[in-house]
Ligand binder design. Structure first.
Ligand code: FES
Length: 112
């Protein structure tokens, strides 16, 4: 994994070339001990932590992204907005961690 330090705290991590990923495709990565779920939609790229904090299920098993950019945890049905990680409905109380994403020279990077 290529790491590009930007500061002592935050740095950008290259995940993949965006032309290798189809729209609505998801990929998960283990980066610096964090599991990141990256999703490409028509309007952009999103990256969130891959764990629902209700009971620890992996969000990468979701059925698909809804029109309003919600993903639903398959374990107990909590719905989260991809934009900000907010809980829309369901038993989870804690929002998802949302990573800043940046596309540079056709590559998706997330900020950790
Ligand atoms: S683990 Fe996700 S809703 Fe329970």
């Amino acid at each position: 994994m290529l790491l590009n330090p930007l500061s002592a705290k935050n740095f950008m991590v290259k995940l993949y070339r965006i032309d290798e990923v189809k729209i609505r495709e998801k990929k998960r990565f283990k980066v610096e001990g964090e599991e990141v779920l990256a999703i490409r939609l028509k309007d952009g790229l999103y990256a969130v932590e891959n764990m629902c904090l209700h009971a620890g299920c992996q969000l990468s098993f979701y059925e698909g992204v809804r029109e309003d950019k919600r993903i639903v945890c398959t374990c107990h049905g909590t719905a989260f907005y991809l934009n900000d990680g907010r809980v829309v409905e369901g038993p989870a109380q804690t929002p998802l961690k949302v990573y800043s994403v940046k596309v540079t020279k056709g590559e998706l990077h997330v900020e950790l």
